[in-house]
Design a protein around this ligand. Structure first.
Ligand code: SAM
Length: 415
């Protein structure tokens, strides 16, 4: 039947198009695993912070009661201008989010699978805190001396082009790990070693691990070597100092000098920027940041976070704890002579598209590379980069001060 076709497609791809709404449900583990060849992302590692435990549920209830109480105690205050603007934004998108969530609730065959996404593997085997802090490693004086060793698997480099020799045995190669583009150009996963940790690099992926101070090294020498798809998830400062930070943040002015314009391809680029729900930040992006980057705003996508039982992680209308995040999409126009022809061949970027998923680790965003790809200029041989990345993606370059973070081997299983 039609529905079970959809479900089997989901089991294959990790993406389920929901009926009657502009929404897709994503299982990040399945999406990521489409590109690995010898390893699998472990569901229990990905969903280690998932919201299905009683404890997490209670926490959410307690805090919302607390908020309600607080609200009752105070006299209802008139909203200030900024709060009114934020509320208006929320009211505009609310019907789309509700509709998407209703579609998920109606997709019973999908929900059954979703309730089991984490698998029955029990608690994650990896001990928290055991991971290596790449950010700290990059700050020590020896950092320029650290090397990462890539273990190329037999036949990985087998080439049909006749020129390059076929490698018959495991070949090891070492590269400086900081301030250097480290490339797995093979079509297989590569295991890499850095000090006492192992990392898995997906096929045709690269990383450049550095501080923001070195980002200019990404600017291509030739402008037709620039990027057509740029995903950015900046370490925005958070309003409340009470909120626990897992990484250091930067004031907004630092992002104004990101060389987005300079790394774009001459044919143009699609820029996707994750933002928080703070109204002040939205204003900054619209009025200052996008103009400074030469980006023209086009559309907004929303990531709606759900629990394993399909319910939202928090009340949709909680002012300071929305269960969704926004992805702002914009275009940097290329130097095309026949712009009419180009716009006719490109699919039009839809507004208010909604992506639902169960969140993974703190602040980890769902894998949206595949969803964005079709809207980027130069569909076929487009080049893609993620800025402030904590993981690698097949076919992409990942830049940030810890792009290997989620590539640690304890997040993977061998197939
Ligand atoms: N998109 C990522 C994910 O889904 O897991 C999360 C990115 S997180 C919001 C921001 C990242 O920027 C963190 O990994 C943080 O360490 C990094 N970062 C903070 N300050 C930086 C700096 N000065 N230079 C480079 N990266 C920095």
């Amino acid at each position: 039947s039609k529905t079970s076709d959809k479900l089997s497609e989901f089991l294959e791809s990790g993406v389920y198009r929901l009926e009657d709404s502009n929404a897709v449900f994503i299982d990040p583990v399945r999406v990521l695993n489409r590109s690995y060849t010898r390893f699998r992302v472990s569901p229990s590692a990905y969903y280690s912070r998932s919201f299905d435990s009683k404890h997490a549920g209670q926490e959410a209830r307690v805090s919302s009661n607390f908020r309600k109480r607080k609200r009752k105690e105070k006299k209802p205050q008139p909203l200030n201008d900024r709060e009114r603007a934020a509320d208006q934004r929320h009211q505009e998108v609310r019907p789309f989010l509700l509709k998407a969530h209703e579609s998920l609730v109606r997709a019973t065959e999908l929900l059954e699978v979703v309730s089991n996404l984490k698998g029955n593997l029990g608690p994650s085997t990896s001990s928290p805190g055991a991971e290596q802090s790449l950010v700290e490693l990059g700050r020590v004086w020896q950092a320029p001396l650290y090397e990462i060793t890539l273990n190329f698997h037999p036949n990985d480099s087998a080439r049909e082009d006749g020129g390059a020799p076929t490698i018959q045995y495991c070949e090891q190669r070492a590269f400086p790990v900081f301030n250097n583009l480290v490339v797995n150009e093979t079509s297989e996963d590569v295991e890499a070693e850095l000090l006492n940790s192992r990392y898995i690099l997906p096929p045709e992926s690269s990383f450049y691990m550095s501080d923001l101070g070195q980002i200019h090294n990404l600017i291509p020498a030739e402008s037709d070597c620039g990027f057509n798809l740029i995903v950015i998830d900046p370490p925005w400062e958070n309003g409340s100092a009470r909120q626990k930070q897992r990484y250091s943040t930067l004031p907004n002015r630092y992002f104004l000098s990101l060389p987005v314009k300079q790394i774009c391809h001459t044919d143009g680029a699609l820029v996707a920027l994750w933002v928080t729900n703070r109204e002040k930040l939205r204003g900054f992006v619209e009025k200052e940041l996008f103009p400074a980057w030469g980006v023209k705003y086009v559309a907004t996508f929303f990531w709606l976070k759900v629990k394993a039982d399909g319910s939202l992680i928090s009340d949709l209308d909680l002012f300071h704890h929305r269960p969704y995040e926004c992805l702002l999409l914009g275009l940097v126009h290329g130097k095309v002579t026949d712009s009419k022809q180009l716009s006719n061949t490109k699919p039009i970027l839809p507004d208010n598209q909604i992506m639902l998923s169960i969140p993974g680790d703190y602040s980890r965003k769902p894998p949206i590379a595949g969803l964005l790809h079709e809207y980027a200029p130069r569909l076929q041989r487009g080049r893609c980069i993620e800025l402030f990345a904590r993981e690698m993606t097949a076919g992409w370059i990942s830049w940030g001060n810890e792009p290997l973070h989620f590539q640690e081997s304890r997040n993977f299983m061998k197939t």
